[in-house]
Write a protein that binds this ligand. Structure first.
Ligand code: HEM
Length: 267
């Protein structure tokens, strides 16, 4: 993608082949905005798919298609009003202070230490922010380099041949996913996240305790289950866990990479 971007700089879009299928790489922010926002109705379903053999990966908002996507998206949108995002500002500010302190402490003794790799630091930072803002789980891995949330995000990004094959197939060759029973997240990662997820839900009084105003994603997920139960619809824990997993992955790695590249450009 990077090479395509450089080779065709200035072109609004580039045609490529995904094996035998023609595809379009959009290079222009204006066209991207139309695809993602203005004309989103026309570009509803994503090409990628996590198949039917993966109960969690196949249920998250990033991989599902309509009509389930619209239903999940409509319900989750209530968490992301401007006012709710503003109310999370103090968490971001507190974690930013920790990031600055960590960089200052690590460099105090006269130069960068091995731990001061920008991407690693930013992943600690975004894990702390997302862990607390989305899950309400206090995470201070910027201070201690470790936390429950960091263990989950480290697992999410563990990379090897099997993960590479799974992700390449999910994104570019979804037909292979069910044939080889590939999965978006590993079984071990999901079992670990499920334990964390259940324990936070229990701390909040379980699925039965009514949620009036969702404070974070987890509250919103509990509320979705409660509202559906009111309509005699059963929403599985897998569906809720799938959203928690994709928010964690989408929230920590994308922002961590964006921060790292921004810092590089500034330097
Ligand atoms: C610089 C940071 C980020 C970048 C570059 C980024 C990029 C993207 C892109 C390209 C998509 C696909 C859009 C589409 O196909 O319609 C996406 C979707 C998504 N992202 Fe991000 N993202 C970022 C931050 C975040 C954060 C902070 C979160 C969560 C806290 C998040 C959660 C998601 C989710 C849940 C989706 C699926 C949305 C849906 O299907 O309705 N992302 N992101």
């Amino acid at each position: 993608m990077h090479q395509l971007y450089n080779d065709f700089k200035g072109a609004p879009y580039v045609g490529i082949w995904l094996f035998w299928r023609p595809a379009l790489v959009v290079n222009s922010p204006e066209i991207a905005r139309r695809v993602l926002v203005k004309d989103a109705d026309v570009f509803r379903n994503r090409f990628l798919s996590s198949g039917k053999s993966d109960p969690i990966g196949g249920l998250n908002i990033f991989t599902i298609n309509d009509p389930l996507w619209s239903s999940v998206r409509r319900r989750l949108t209530t968490v992301f009003t401007a006012a709710k995002l503003r109310s999370l500002q103090p968490i971001t500010m507190a974690k930013t202070k920790n990031l600055i302190k960590r960089i200052t402490d690590d460099t105090k003794n006269g130069g960068p230490v091995p731990d001061l790799r920008a991407k690693n630091l930013h992943r600690l930072y975004t894990t702390d922010v997302v862990g607390e803002a989305v899950f309400g789980v206090v995470s201070d891995c910027l201070i201690s380099s470790d936390s429950i949330m960091r263990r989950v995000t480290r697992e999410l990004m563990a990379f090897n041949f099997q993960r590479g094959l799974s992700w390449s197939s999910i994104f570019f060759f979804p037909e292979l996913v069910d044939i080889f029973k590939l999965s978006f997240f590993t079984k071990h990662t999901m079992e670990f996240l499920r334990k964390v997820f259940r324990s936070v839900i229990e701390q909040r009084g379980g699925y039965e305790k009514p949620v009036k105003e969702p404070r974070d994603l987890l509250d919103a997920l509990i509320k979705i289950k409660q509202e559906a139960a009111g309509d005699n619809e059963d929403i599985s824990e897998d569906l809720l866990l799938a959203q928690a997993a994709i928010f964690l992955l989408g929230g920590f790695d994308s922002s961590g990479s964006a921060l790292t590249l921004s810092l590089y450009e500034l330097a």
